[in-house]
Structure formats: structure tokens, C-alpha cells
Design a protein around this ligand. Structure first.
Ligand SMILES: Cc1cc2nc3c(=O)[nH]c(=O)nc-3n(C[C@H](O)[C@H](O)[C@H](O)COP(=O)(O)OP(=O)(O)OC[C@H]3O[C@@H](n4cnc5c(N)ncnc54)[C@H](O)[C@@H]3O)c2cc1C
Length: 379
């Protein structure tokens, strides 16, 4: 067993930490307040090779391990949850399915742009009536000659408003159950796609979340991703990878709680001494510090399994469940340590407290992860 990062990984970790301190942390509060997609950060991350660090070199990537990508996702969350979420999303929900299931033409069309941070993708699975129960989706894709005609409504779709490409899931054969779902790669500007509304939300406010309507949207058969009927499998595969990303993001949030709690508790004086001298505060900090390590080990283990080509779906669910619930617990404690100051808009811990909630909902709720984990334990 070897817990050591390679020299290359250590270097990437320290470079990305430097980048976050210089370019991400200073604008994180403004991104949150203005609900602004941090496009310029993604251009810079693309230039640094951080958007496609573990994509194969032939598609413009860095050829690194997936573990390295997740390390970057974690470090980004230490400064800005929105940036971290969008980084993980781009890899797990867009790049991964194209790379794993796409044909050569599709990979050449999208992967280099994703690796450069120049192509933005949206993963369109959830529907108003189909959240956790993905298979109850009602969007259809009906074959008509060489085309498919797509009709349906997708909701809570990240990036829809700025997406260059949509990964869309629709039933081509409802009678075949989950084996009748097909995935499509649909470029922006295709007639019949309308972003009908964009939501205001609690946290991760720099990412845009919208409802998208497909009305008689005709796409050529060349837009099918993978095989017809493989859509459900593609969606689950993408979510497995995305869950490791959310776990890494949550770990970065717990680390940020620890950073902030150490900083503030040494500065804040009550009863003639810094509150860091109080055992009650020390115990909060001890728990955070322990959970940062435990979270990191869990998500890194899931990422390592993926790198080794071993099954990682269960480990991804466990990592997502544990890391997100830890992070949610510690954002509460981090606000508590800062008292009224932590409750005020503008305090970093106030933002973390709101941002963290997404990690328990997006890419499968905690309850969905428990269903998967219990299902495996009771098999
Ligand atoms: C900010 C944000 C961005 C998102 N981005 C995307 C995106 O880009 N693409 C996309 O496709 N989706 C996206 N989603 C949707 C997300 O994946 C869903 O919100 C999530 O899967 C839950 O679905 P739901 O919201 O419909 O909740 P529901 O499925 O209605 O669940 C409601 C509650 O019931 C619980 N529940 C449901 N079924 C069970 C059960 N069998 N047992 C126990 N408890 C159960 C859930 O855990 C939850 O607590 C996004 C969501 C958010 C909040």
C-alpha cells in the first residue's frame, strides 16, 4: 500500500493551490453574489491543462491519472465551490461519457475543446417528474428516416444556458424499460431546443441551472452517443464518475472549513484569550481535521479504483455519501465558531454553509447513495 503522491502530482497540487489563492479565492464571493459563471477561470484552467489533465494525450489531455483530476477538483473547492463543481461536472458528466462511449469523430469533435476549457457541456437527464427515479423519464426520441425527433422537458440542467453541446437522454423504446433509453450529443443552436427558465438558488450560485424544452428537435443519427438503447448505462457510468468529483468537492469544502476555523479561532479573543484556547472549539477543529483525512482517503480510493480499471461504482457512492455529509456537518460548525460574524453575508463560512447542500443532492441524493450501498451490502 502506498499513500504517497508522485512528484508530478505534488507539483500539480502546489501549483493549483497557488492558482486558487491568486485567481479563484479573490473572486469567489463576487461569483456567488452576482451568480456569474466564472468563464475566465475556466479559460485559465484550460491554458494550464487542468481541464483535461487526465484525458488521453491524443485528445488534447495531459494523460495523467484520474486521481490527479480529483485532487484539482478538491483544491478548487477550497477556494470556490462553484468552480470546483463545474470542473468536476465537465469531466464526469460530459468528458467521461464522450471519451468512454463516443466514436472517433465525436471524440475528435469535443474532447480537445473540453480539455482546453473552451467547450462547455450540459448533461440533460433529470426531468420535472424524474429525479432519483431516472427511469420514469418521459422524453422521447422517435426515429424518422435518418433522424430522431426529440420531445420532452429536462430540468435543473447545469450550464444549459451556455452549453456548446448537450448530452441528452431520451427513450427510443419505452417498452424496453431502461434498455430503451438512448443518449445523444446535440450541438447548441439545433432548432427545437429552448432554455425555458433559469433558477435562482441557495448555493453554488455561479453555476447556471435551467429548464430545457425539446420540441420536435430533429437530430441526425450521427448524434447518438454509444449504441441505441445504451443511454441508461451511459448515464449511470457518468454519474459514478461525477460522484467521485462531488466527493472531492465536498472534501475541499471540509478543508476550507478547517482553514477558516483555525484562522478565525486564533484571532478572535473572548474572555481575554483567543477562542482557539477553548477546548470546545478545539474539539470542533479536531473533528474537522480528522474528517478531512477520512474524506480524502475515501474519494482517492474510489478514484484509484477507476485508474486501476477496477469496479468503482460502490466506492464512488460511499465516498459521495460520506464526504458530503461530513462537509455539511462541518460547515455548520465553521459558522458556529465564527458566531454572528459567520452568519453575515460576505463571510466565507456563510457561503460554504449554502454551497455544501448541493453535494448531498446533485448527482444522486444521499438517500440514493444509501439505496445503492445497502443494496450491495444485502445482496
Ligand atoms: C444545482 C443543481 C444542479 C443540477 N444539475 C443537473 C444537471 O446538470 N443534469 C441533470 O440531469 N440533473 C441535474 N440536477 C438534478 C439532480 O440530479 C436531482 O435534483 C437529484 O437527482 C434529485 O432529484 P429530485 O430533485 O427530483 O428529487 P426527488 O427524486 O424528487 O427526491 C426528493 C427526496 O426524496 C428522496 N427520495 C426519492 N426517492 C427515494 C427512495 N426510493 N427512497 C428514499 N428516498 C427517496 C430523495 O433522496 C430526496 O430527499 C441538478 C440539481 C441541482 C440542485
Amino acid at each position: 500500500m502506498d499513500f504517497k503522491l508522485t512528484e508530478e502530482q505534488e507539483l500539480i497540487k502546489s501549483n493549483i493551490r497557488e492558482f486558487v489563492l491568486q485567481h479563484v479565492e479573490p473572486v469567489a464571493a463576487e461569483i456567488d453574489a452576482s451568480c456569474r459563471q466564472p468563464v475566465e477561470i475556466f479559460e485559465k484552467l484550460g491554458e494550464l491543462g487542468m481541464m483535461g489533465i487526465s484525458y488521453p494525450v491524443e485528445y488534447g489531455g495531459g494523460g495523467e491519472k484520474f486521481v490527479t483530476t480529483m485532487m484539482v477538483t478538491e483544491e478548487l473547492a477550497r477556494g470556490c465551490a462553484t468552480t470546483s463543481f463545474l470542473h468536476s461536472y465537465s469531466y464526469g458528466l460530459v468528458g467521461h461519457p464522450i471519451l468512454t462511449f463516443g466514436n472517433e469523430e465525436q471524440k475528435k469533435q469535443y474532447m480537445p475543446g473540453l480539455a482546453q476549457g473552451k467547450i462547455v457541456g450540459a448533461f440533460a437527464l433529470t426531468e420535472p417528474g424524474a429525479g432519483t427515479d431516472v427511469s420514469s423519464a418521459t422524453t422521447t426520441a422517435v426515429k424518422n428516416g435518418d433522424e430522431y425527433i426529440i420531445n420532452g422537458t429536462k430540468t435543473f440542467i447545469t450550464n444549459a444556458i451556455i452549453a456548446d453541446v448537450f448530452v441528452v437522454f431520451a427513450y427510443t423504446d419505452r417498452s424496453a424499460g431502461s434498455k430503451g433509453m438512448t443518449a445523444f450529443l446535440i450541438p447548441k443552436g439545433t432548432p427545437g431546443i429552448t432554455v425555458s427558465k433559469t433558477f435562482n438558488k441557495l448555493g453554488v450560485r455561479g453555476s447556471q441551472t435551467s429548464e430545457v424544452v425539446f420540441k420536435d428537435c430533429a437530430v441526425p443519427a450521427s448524434c447518438v452517443l454509444g449504441q441505441e438503447g445504451q443511454g441508461f448505462r451511459i448515464a449511470m457510468s457518468a454519474l459514478d464518475v461525477g460522484r467521485i468529483g462531488i466527493a472531492a468537492m465536498a472534501t475541499g469544502i471540509t478543508q476550507a472549513c478547517l482553514d477558516e476555523s483555525v484562522r478565525y479561532s486564533k484571532l478572535r479573543v473572548q474572555f481575554n484569550k483567543p477562542i482557539a484556547k477553548q477546548q470546545a472549539i478545539q474539539w470542533f477543529i479536531a473533528n474537522m481535521s480528522t474528517d478531512v483525512d477520512a474524506s480524502r482517503f475515501l474519494y482517492m480510493y474510489a478514484a484509484w479504483l477507476k485508474d486501476e480499471g477496477k469496479p468503482f461504482s460502490l466506492a464512488a457512492s460511499k465516498a459521495k455519501l460520506f464526504c458530503s455529509e461530513c462537509a455539511a456537518r462541518h460547515t455548520t460548525k465553521a459558522v458556529q465558531i465564527q458566531g454572528g460574524y459567520g452568519f453575515m453575508t460576505g463571510a466565507k463560512v456563510e457561503r460554504l454553509y449554502r454551497d455544501v447542500k448541493l453535494t448531498e443532492i446533485g448527482e444522486g441524493t444521499s438517500e440514493a447513495q444509501r439505496m445503492i450501498i445497502a443494496g450491495a451490502a444485502l445482496r
